[in-house]
Design a protein around this ligand. Structure first.
Ligand SMILES: Nc1ncnc2c1ncn2[C@@H]1O[C@H](COP(=O)(O)OP(=O)(O)O)[C@@H](O)[C@H]1O
Ligand SMILES: [Mg+2]
Length: 403
């Protein structure tokens, strides 16, 4: 029996851990939180802060693991690569892991390959701000270079915005670095790319809709297929693949994020080296029949991934809508009652739904990924009809709040 190590064992990893065990693997999981849901689902759980690479290495050696991976935890990607390198296991390499998790290193590599992207500048302290503003211009986006999940991401419209938010952006970076980028207006898309033997192939491209206001970076709706078409779609598909190649990913799953601008150009926002969180694995499974967790497990073990597992098998339009406060259907405040999910699950076209809501928690206005408190996935003949169905279904969950 082969053993895999999951680095990070949060909510998004739990299902993958269960799937790994179901497929006959022994699972060791590490997380610093003893209550992490994935730890309870693993064969062997270790409470380890995975930023401490040596401790993860030690656990990996002690349990004689055959492969190491993470699902959805961006901060674990460099750790997984380092552990794989240290133990001589299959991995993406620490250089590629750095380029795919450190936004400045990523921008430099994409620039070298000629991939279109926003202008950018590194920011370490207030002294860097005037030059950065000069290079980038306004409006802009300020973000930590090595965080994720929309933590510390700010839209910047004035020099004062920049001064006010710099400390918060830097605080979310373990290395105290931020990046200022030109704000790109347009339709955002998520890609999922599987690279095998140095050849990346596109699996899905889908629209990622964002609410207006402070939560402008949070994906609260996904729609497959994307709304752009023709030449513009062809360019987006090519850039999703080229951006992965430019960052040097040879065997792995990549998550490029692109924006199609109103004047018909495409810019690359970010390319992550993992199965995306936020139900992207579910999107891929329902939309094209590819099981990303199976692909990730095989790649972690160095097993071959045949075309039948890696490439789209069909094309089913769908929409995912998250349960959020406005513009979603949830009220803000302390939760006092949560209605049944059954009416949502039974609604027309719904193939999957879940909530993470708990009594007593406080629902906040949408600000970061964690403010999504569940989701509905609906299918239909077109993406827009699927979205209408998903929207109708979210309205069937009743949640009461106090205050
Ligand atoms: N330069 C930009 N222009 C427009 N929107 C951006 C830009 N950078 C980030 N965003 C928005 O913020 C989100 C989060 O930024 P991203 O760089 O992907 O960081 P994270 O690592 O938190 O996912 C993006 O998905 C996008 O919606
Ligand atoms: Mg992102």
């Amino acid at each position: 029996m082969k053993t895999v190590l999951f680095v990070g064992a949060g909510r998004h990893q739990r299902r993958a851990i269960v799937q790994a065990r179901t497929s006959g693997l022994r699972v060791v999981a590490v997380d610093r939180n003893p209550q992490a849901p994935g730890l309870l689902a693993a064969d062997l759980a270790e409470v380890v802060d995975f930023t401490d690479v040596e401790s993860v290495n030690e656990a990996a050696r002690r349990h004689r693991v055959d492969g190491v991976l993470t699902v959805a935890a961006d901060r674990a990607v460099p750790v997984v690569a380092a552990v794989a390198e240290a133990l001589g296991l299959p991995g993406i390499g620490t250089d590629t892991a750095h380029r795919m998790t450190h936004k400045l290193a990523m921008r430099l590599a994409l620039a070298e390959a000629g991939v279109p992207q926003p202008s950018f500048a590194a920011v370490r302290s207030a002294g860097d701000l005037p030059a950065a503003l000069d290079t980038v211009g306004l409006p802009a986006v300020l973000k930590p270079v090595d965080s994720g999940g929309q933590r510390g991401v700010f839209r910047i419209d004035t020099p004062e915005d920049l001064e006010r938010n710099l400390a918060d952006a830097l605080a979310e970076s373990p290395t105290g670095e931020a990046i200022l980028e030109r704000f790109v207006d347009g339709i955002e898309m998520n890609g999922i790319v599987v690279a095998r033997g140095g050849e990346p192939a596109l699996v899905t491209l889908s629209d990622r809709l964002r609410p207006p206001g402070i939560g402008f970076g949070v994906g609260w709706i996904h729609v497959y297929p994307p709304s752009i078409d023709g030449d513009e779609l062809a360019v987006a598909e090519r850039l999703a693949v080229e951006s992965v190649r430019a960052l040097g990913l040879r065997d792995g799953i990549a998550f490029p994020q692109l924006i199609a601008t109103p004047d018909g150009r495409i810019a690359v926002v970010e390319v992550a080296a993992r199965i995306a969180g936020g139900q992207m694995a579910d999107l891929v499974r329902h939309a094209v029949g590819v099981d990303l967790v199976e692909v990730a497990l095989r790649q972690a073990l160095g097993d071959e991934v045949p075309d039948e597992l890696a490439l789209p098998r069909f094309s089913q339009p769908l929409a995912i809508r998250f349960f959020t406060a406005a513009p979603g259907t949830l009220p803000t405040g302390r939760v006092t009652a949560i209605g049944a999910l059954e009416p949502v699950l039974e609604a027309e076209g719904v193939v999957q739904a879940e909530t993470y809501l708990e009594l007593g928690e406080t629902i906040r206005p949408v600000r970061r990924d964690g403010d999504r408190r569940g989701y509905v996935i609906a299918v239909a003949d077109t993406g827009s009809e699927a979205l209408r169905r998903a929207e109708a279904a979210t309205g069937l969950l009743t949640v009461e709040v106090a205050g």
